[in-house]
Ligand binder design. Structure first.
Ligand code: GLU
Ligand code: ZN
Length: 314
C-alpha cells in the first residue's frame, strides 16, 4: 500500500431479520430471512434476529419459539442473543421523553375516522392544542420529510409527498409504542447498517429515514426484496393463512427461496444437506441477481407440483 493511501475504517456489516410473532414462518417470511442472511454472510457480516412483539394485540403464543426453531431447521444461525421489543420499553420511553423535552412530540386525540374524513393525511390539528402527553396517542413533528431514497434492489424510490410530510404517530391511542418508532430505535441501538426485507415495507421506509435523521443517526442502506404474492397485490401472509413452511423437510422450501432470490439453482442441490445448501447459497448469492420487481406470484405447476414464479410489476 502506498504511504499516502487513506483507508477509511470500514464498519462491519450488521444486518437483521425482524419477524413479528403473529404466526409461524411462511414462504414469504422465509424469503426475507434467507435474503437478509445470505446478503449479510456474503459480505462477512453479522446477522441478528429481533422479535418484533411490540404490538401485543397481534402476538400469538409460542410463535416466537416456533419461528426461532424454524430458523434453526433452515441453518439460519444468528450471531447475537435474540432481542425482544417488549423487553426494551425503557429504551423507547427514553427516546420519547427526549423528543418531548425538545417539544417535537404532541398529544393527539383525533380518531382514525376524523383523519379519514379530511382525506387520510393528518394535518397537524392537535399540535397547538396542548393535549396531555402522559397517556393517549403521540405524534412526532416532522422536521425531516423524506420523499426519495435509493434502494439497492428496487432503484430510486419516490413516495407520496403528503405522507412523508405528515406528523406520524409514535405512540398509539391504546398506549402501545408504534412500529415506526421502535423499528428505527432498535435498528440504531443494534447498529444495523443494511436492512434487507420485503417490498411491502418500501413505503414506510421514507418515514423511517426521516426518523434516523431526527435522531442524528446514520441512515442504513435498504434493499427491498420482491414480495411473494398469491395473486397481484395479495401478499402471502400470516393473515391470509399462507401455510407454515416445514421444519422436518426444509430443503424444498429453501431451494425454492434460492430460486425466488435469483440464485443459479442447479438440479443436484437436493443432494446437499441443509448446512451445505446454506454454504452454497452464501457463495452464490448476489443482490444484483435478485429480480428487480416488487412482487413475484407463487403458483404450483398442476402436474409436477413444482413451484412456479411469475414476476409482476416494477
Ligand atoms: N416486523 C415486521 C414484519 O414482520 C418487519 C419489520 C422490518 O423488517 O423492518 O413485517
Ligand atoms: Zn390530532
Amino acid at each position: 500500500m502506498s504511504p499516502t493511501a487513506v483507508t477509511a475504517p470500514m464498519r462491519k456489516y450488521r444486518g437483521r431479520f425482524a419477524p413479528s410473532p403473529s404466526g409461524p414462518l411462511h414462504f414469504g417470511s422465509l424469503v426475507a430471512a434467507v435474503g437478509s442472511y445470505l446478503d449479510a454472510k456474503a459480505n462477512q457480516g453479522d446477522w441478528l434476529v429481533r422479535i418484533e412483539d411490540i404490538d401485543t394485540t397481534r402476538v400469538v403464543k409460542n410463535a416466537d419459539s416456533d419461528i426461532l426453531n424454524t430458523l434453526h431447521a433452515y441453518a439460519l444461525h444468528w450471531d447475537e442473543p435474540v432481542v425482544y421489543q417488549t423487553q426494551r420499553l425503557p429504551l423507547y420511553q427514553d427516546i420519547t421523553h427526549s423528543l418531548l423535552k425538545q417539544k417535537l412530540v404532541y398529544g393527539c386525540t383525533c380518531t382514525r375516522k376524523q383523519i379519514k374524513a379530511i382525506g387520510g393525511i393528518y394535518q397537524g390539528h392537535c399540535q397547538a392544542l396542548n393535549h396531555n402527553t402522559q397517556s393517549g396517542a403521540l405524534r412526532l413533528v416532522q422536521q425531516h420529510p423524506t420523499t426519495q431514497f435509493n434502494d439497492l434492489i428496487q432503484g430510486d424510490i419516490t413516495v407520496n409527498s403528503a405522507l412523508s410530510h405528515e406528523d406520524y404517530l409514535i405512540k398509539r391511542s391504546d398506549g402501545l409504542f408504534a412500529y415506526q418508532l421502535v423499528v428505527v430505535v432498535d435498528d440504531i441501538d443494534q447498529g444495523i447498517n443494511r436492512i434487507v426485507r420485503g417490498a411491502d415495507l418500501i413505503e414506510p421506509t421514507a418515514r423511517q429515514i426521516s426518523l434516523f435523521k431526527q435522531l442524528d443517526s446514520p441512515v442504513p442502506e435498504f434493499a427491498h426484496l420482491p414480495l411473494a404474492v398469491a395473486k397481484p397485490g395479495f401478499k402471502l401472509s400470516k393473515q391470509n393463512y399462507a401455510p407454515a413452511i416445514s421444519k422436518q423437510n426444509p430443503k424444498p422450501a429453501l431451494i425454492s427461496a434460492f430460486e425466488f432470490l435469483g440464485l443459479p439453482v442447479i438440479t443436484d442441490l437436493i443432494d446437499l444437506n441443509i448446512e451445505q445448501l446454506i454454504a452454497w447459497g452464501i457463495k452464490n448469492f448476489s443482490l444484483k441477481q435478485v429480480p428487480q420487481v416488487s412482487e413475484i406470484q407463487i403458483s404450483q405447476h398442476p402436474r409436477s407440483q413444482k413451484v412456479q414464479f411469475t414476476h409482476l410489476s416494477k
